[in-house]
Design a protein around this ligand. Structure first.
Ligand SMILES: Nc1ncnc2c1ncn2[C@@H]1O[C@H](COP(=O)(O)OP(=O)(O)OP(=O)(O)O)[C@@H](O)[C@H]1O
Ligand SMILES: [Mg+2]
Length: 272
């Protein structure tokens, strides 16, 4: 388990040599994606850093989900997709035929827009991944389940009903359960595609708070339609439009002094 205290210090307070250099988790170089004839992603160059939250924003159809699906190679499951360019995960090209895709899916977890728990008990949902990895010891599984549910801020609400069906939970609880299921295999990166768009404001606030805690250990890439959310929770933001990255930078800067007029128009709500 990676643990590291995150110390917030202002840049000007410390000599540059002492600045903690964050490692790049993902690097995308000249990525192009086509669905048949449709050019969905165009020349994407982006790097994501560890223990940060990166938000991807942009209007419907601009390629956000397509991009996030390429990061864990889910895109390969779609027929008639063609890719060009490269994606490096921790320095390795994930589209190399020798890259073990199962390993990638263990290191890179995904949370979807609609909570999608398995129609099994709460316990079995969280124990699912560890069991696939061969963990059978009941005590160890119990520990993993409790720890993951605690990390996902759900433990107190479900500890007395672990063996009830997960589909009996509320939408917000189901989404936190899906996050717990993802954490149970100790991923390195968590991809989230509009994880709160189906949730009420209270559940949304809980998931946002949770993400703030998770980023001390994990790198999170989140697609969101909600610009206030991007501004609240993310360290960096990428603005996509028509399959291109228009602007990418520190969230504070992008929202307060966008460099491109199209970014300014989008964040001001003038389109999209
Ligand atoms: N399986 C598919 N087959 C063909 N075209 C697709 C497929 N999935 C997406 N597209 C097209 O690719 C473009 C990008 O879609 P994508 O789902 O990545 O957008 P998005 O930014 O996630 O939009 P939204 O905000 O509505 O979720 C769209 O024009 C879409 O119609
Ligand atoms: Mg989408």
């Amino acid at each position: 388990m990676r643990t590291m205290a995150v110390v917030e210090r202002r840049k000007e307070d410390i000599p540059s040599a002492q600045l903690v250099k964050k490692e790049v988790v993902y690097e995308t170089n000249g990525l192009n994606v086509w669905y048949g004839e449709h050019h969905a992603l165009k020349h994407i160059h982006l790097s994501f850093y560890e223990r940060e939250i990166t938000a991807i924003i942009g209007p419907s159809g601009c390629g956000k989900s397509t991009y996030i699906k390429t990061l864990n190679r889910m895109i390969e499951l779609i027929p008639n997709v063609r890719l060009e360019g490269e994606i490096l995960y921790r320095g390795r090209r994930i589209f190399d035929t020798s890259y073990p895709v199962e390993q990638l899916r263990t290191q890179v977890g995904m949370v979807f827009q609609k909570p999608n728990p398995f129609p099994k008990s709460i316990y079995d949902n969280v124990a699912y991944g560890p069991r696939i990895h061969g963990i059978r010891d009941r005590r160890l599984l119990d520990e993993i389940v409790e720890k993951s549910l605690r990390q996902a801020a759900l433990w107190e609400e479900v500890k007395d009903r672990l063996h009830e069906n997960a589909l009996g939970l509320s939408g917000g609880q189901q989404q936190r359960l899906c996050i717990a299921r993802c954490l149970a295999v100790e991923p390195d990166v968590i991809l989230m595609d509009e994880p709160t768009s189906a949730l009420d404001p209270i559940s949304t606030a809980k998931v946002e708070e949770l993400m703030g805690e998770l980023k001390t250990k994990y790198s999170i890439i989140i697609v969101t339609h909600n610009m206030q959310q991007a501004a609240r929770i993310s360290d960096r933001t990428a603005f996509f439009l028509n399959g291109e990255v228009i602007e990418y930078g520190e969230t504070k800067t992008l929202f307060s002094r966008p460099a491109d007029q199209r970014t300014a128009d989008y964040i001001a709500g003038r389109f999209g």
